[in-house]
Design a protein around this ligand. Structure first.
Ligand code: HEM
Length: 374
């Protein structure tokens, strides 16, 4: 009986061990410099910065790509790198994510840190660090990022609840509030549109048939509308051209407050961008940002806040940013299953021996049984 109890206790302990090891939470305490001293003498943030700088020197569009990636990662199930997971119905496959780029630079940064200290740095943190570096390289100043995130285990297209470009200011405020972000945070974060591009298909209605009126959006500067119509012709073609989100030609790839000046001049590209300059709930904030010189600092603070979104679900440090550590998990589960199997075999053995002791244990019974069988 004692052996049985010990066996069962051992089995339960093993199951507990597996569950515990599979379910470290994504929700960790974030701190500036989390990786200090965790990668021998190497500086994790410097390794990531080196990879981003090398890429940026060849292709500066990596900056808007990463900035958008962080928004799309953090806004959906928190900053857990769920956007990076490959799969038939993963977040990547959701419509708003089809034009997200920059996955390869995250892969390169991950490969660089894994070579030096494997299994230490999460992909979720790499997105946040790489975005900070890209913003800084684009003239946006350098903010201090918090790290210590875990990578999520789940990525579903059906979880992608990103706001569409035609969202109203009210609905956008509500969507950001649901994530704990204020109206000011929202207006500052939309300043991400100070760099990067938008495809014509996402604002075409504003140029030709705004809200089924058969006319352009009256809130758009007519000269801008006319210029955009030549880049975005009203024809059904397979080509979807692009235009800069920040229409100041001198600043369309610089992270600064010129985007706000443009939307105040009715030169916003996306409907939501234009609306925040007109709506009574947001226009004063837009005016203040356009008129001050501290956009970089305030944008950095808003990005850090965006980076705090977490969901408390189980997490891990992925080996590859594109897949959960299935192989490792299968090996672990297999080895635990093997041990459980061994325990069950021992238990059966013990039960068999115990039964045998009662039934065949003494020679007399055994002899009687043989006589009966004959
Ligand atoms: C209501 C919120 C938002 C909406 C509706 C929205 C919508 C969009 C749309 C429609 C595009 C164009 C995509 C394309 O044509 O491929 C875009 C691009 C972009 N968005 Fe947003 N966005 C929002 C918030 C944000 C935030 C908070 C950030 C960053 C902090 C951000 C950063 C960017 C960047 C950098 C691009 C350019 C991407 C590139 O050039 O690769 N957006 N956004």
């Amino acid at each position: 009986m004692a052996t049985l109890r010990a066996g069962a206790a051992l089995g339960l302990a093993l199951i507990g061990l597996v569950l515990a090891s599979l379910s470290g939470s994504c929700h960790g305490a974030l701190q500036v410099g989390f990786y200090n001293g965790k990668c021998r003498v190497s500086d994790v943030e410097a390794i990531v910065a080196g990879v981003v700088a090398a890429r940026f020197s060849k292709d500066p569009t990596v900056a808007p790509a990463l900035l958008r990636m962080q928004f799309h990662d953090c806004f959906v199930t928190g900053c857990d790198a769920s956007i990076l997971l490959d799969g038939k119905s993963s977040e990547k496959t959701a419509l708003p994510n089809l034009s997200v780029k920059g996955y390869d630079v995250i892969d390169s940064a991950k490969a660089a840190v894994e070579t030096i200290c494997p299994g230490v740095v999460s992909c979720a943190d790499i997105i946040v660090m790489a975005t900070r570096d890209a913003v800084s390289l684009s003239g946006g100043g350098r903010y201090r990022v918090e790290t210590g995130r875990k990578d999520g285990l789940v990525s579903l297209a059906s979880n992608v609840n990103l706001p569409p470009p035609s969202i109203s200011v009210n609905d956008s405020i509500a969507a950001f509030a649901q994530k704990g972000l204020t109206v000011s945070d929202m207006v500052l974060l939309l300043g991400g549109h100070t760099i990067g591009i938008a495809h014509c298909s996402l604002f075409q209605d504003r140029l030709y048939n705004y809200q089924n009126t058969g006319k352009p959006d009256p809130t758009m500067d007519p000269s801008l509308a006319s210029a955009l119509r030549s880049t975005c012709p009203n024809k059904q073609t397979n080509v979807d051209n692009i235009v800069n989100l920040d229409q100041d030609p001198l600043s369309s790839s610089i992270v600064d407050n010129s985007f706000y000046k443009q939307i105040l001049a009715r030169r916003g590209i996306l409907q939501i961008d234009q609306e925040i300059a007109l709506d009574r709930q947001t226009k004063d904030i837009v005016g203040a940002i356009a008129g001050r010189l501290d956009f970089s600092t305030r944008f950095g603070e808003a990005m850090v806040k965006l980076g705090t979104l977490q969901n408390g679900a189980p997490g891990e440090i992925r080996q590859s940013c594109r897949a959960i550590n299935t192989a490792r998990r299968i090996t672990m589960v297999q080895s635990v299953a093997k041990q459980l199997n061994m325990i069950v075999e021992i238990l059966f053995g013990v039960m068999f021996m115990t039964k045998r002791k009662f039934t065949y244990g003494d020679g007399k019974n055994f002899a009687n049984r043989r006589i009966m069988e004959n």
